[in-house]
Write a protein of this length. Structure first.
Length: 404
């Protein structure tokens, strides 16, 4: 019989209330998935290495040490158990937890969970209802399956890093964790699908996602054009779109989704003529062929005034545009507050912690922040007691060094 998940009255209303997750994930891809599960009510038990914990606890020097903002940003609504998975006593204790849980999530390299004794077949034997969810770099088999699947590595492998706005622009790393986050959301979706399937047929299944697949899938339009037409599509090279410095910052222009876009841009930028009447800019193909010359005109005009001036003029003629803002400016935007995208929680070491909220907004059962990111091993005894471990059994684990 599965041990009941401890819930408050408020927790019971959440869509994933009653779902227990054993979370082996670390860094960003996996924890972003399990945090979302927790935000919507799942009881997420984070299994961490004794003393060191999740890699992100130690990835940046910080005054709060292992409870730094990087770790806290993706580990709320979880409880931490510091268990040594290299010891048989630790593995046996974790099997007892898994036998009474719903989901096991990991994002190790392919084969690591199996070597630890927590592969799908092993866990299925003790819990046929278990959903075994794994996120890897390249998938469980294949020529790259044993390689490390770090975010920047996948950017390079998948073709994302190669595309840039012009040939003379240096190749550069995308500056946020694009691959990790995308794959984490696919892992979240896969778990929800497997839970729904289990509602119907009563059995669990294996869920596998790969960062490589996620990034290829993100490029579905570009890949389709390449495979079916032998043609490259690069949205950063559209002739009427670009980012242009102003007197005080920069403005981003998207010259599409409207009729006569070049005529309207010419008017907004006070060029003094309708550039679309020039033969070299007369249609899309001509604009594409002469993109450098056309955008040089845009850049010269835009450099002479402020961002606010140009965004106002472009808006007036119906051309999509936006100021290029800093993270601080985006966080201070009223829209960020209106959307509930900044939340706070109290942490015993870090004090008041500000975090981004959940981007999925449900009208009846919205996400909640019920607990801040846990201290390493904070819930060791609490969690084990809920699974029926008495004081003597817990003491044996501590004395064996399996629980710290």
């Amino acid at each position: 019989m599965t041990a009941p998940v401890r819930m408050s009255g408020a927790d019971q209303a959440l869509p994933l209330a009653g779902i227990r997750v054993i979370d082996f994930t670390q860094v960003f891809m996996g924890p972003s998935c399990t945090q979302l599960l927790g935000d919507f009510g799942a009881d997420v038990i984070k299994v961490e290495r004794p003393e060191y914990g999740d890699i992100s606890r130690n990835s940046v020097p910080d005054r709060d040490g292992q409870d730094n903002p990087i770790f806290l940003s993706i580990n709320r609504n979880k409880r931490s158990v510091a268990m040594d998975t290299k010891s048989e006593a630790g593995r046996e204790a974790l099997r007892a937890l898994i036998a009474e849980s719903d989901v096991v999530v990991s994002n190790f390299r392919a084969g690591v969970m199996e070597r630890m004794g927590f592969g799908y077949e092993e866990l299925k034997a003790i819990n046929p209802r278990i959903i075994w969810a794994s996120g890897t770099g390249f998938g469980p088999v294949g020529p790259h399956s044993s390689e490390g699947g770090q975010d920047v590595v996948i950017q390079a492998y998948s073709g994302v890093l190669w595309r840039r706005s012009a040939d003379d622009v240096p190749l550069t790393i995308y500056p946020t964790t694009l691959c990790d986050y995308t794959t984490g959301m696919h892992l979240f979706q896969g778990i929800l699908l497997a839970l729904r399937s289990r509602d119907v047929n009563g059995v669990g299944q294996k869920v596998e996602v790969a960062m490589y697949d996620s990034m290829l899938h993100m490029q579905m339009q570009e890949a389709s054009m390449h495979m079916n037409r032998g043609r490259e599509i690069n949205w950063a090279r559209m002739p009427l779109s670009g980012v242009f410095p102003t007197v005080d910052s920069a403005v981003c222009i998207v010259g599409g989704f409207t009729t006569e876009p070049l005529r309207k841009i010419s008017e907004a930028l006070e060029v003094g003529e309708d550039l679309s009447l020039r033969p070299e800019f007369a249609d899309f193909d001509a604009q594409t062929a002469n993109r450098a010359a056309l955008q040089a005109i845009f850049a010269e005009q835009i450099a002479g005034n402020t961002t606010e001036y140009w965004t106002g003029r472009l808006e007036a003629v119906g051309i999509l545009n936006a100021p290029v803002r800093t993270m601080a400016e985006a966080l201070d935007d009223e829209q960020t507050a209106v959307n509930g995208m900044i939340v706070e929680a109290e942490h015993p070491v870090a004090g008041t912690v500000k975090m981004l909220g959940t981007p999925i907004h449900l009208s009846g059962t919205p996400a909640t922040v019920r607990r801040v990111g846990p201290r390493l091993g904070e819930h060791n005894e609490e969690v084990l007691a809920e699974f029926g471990f008495d004081e003597d059994r817990i003491r044996v684990l501590i004395e064996a060094g399996a629980l710290r």
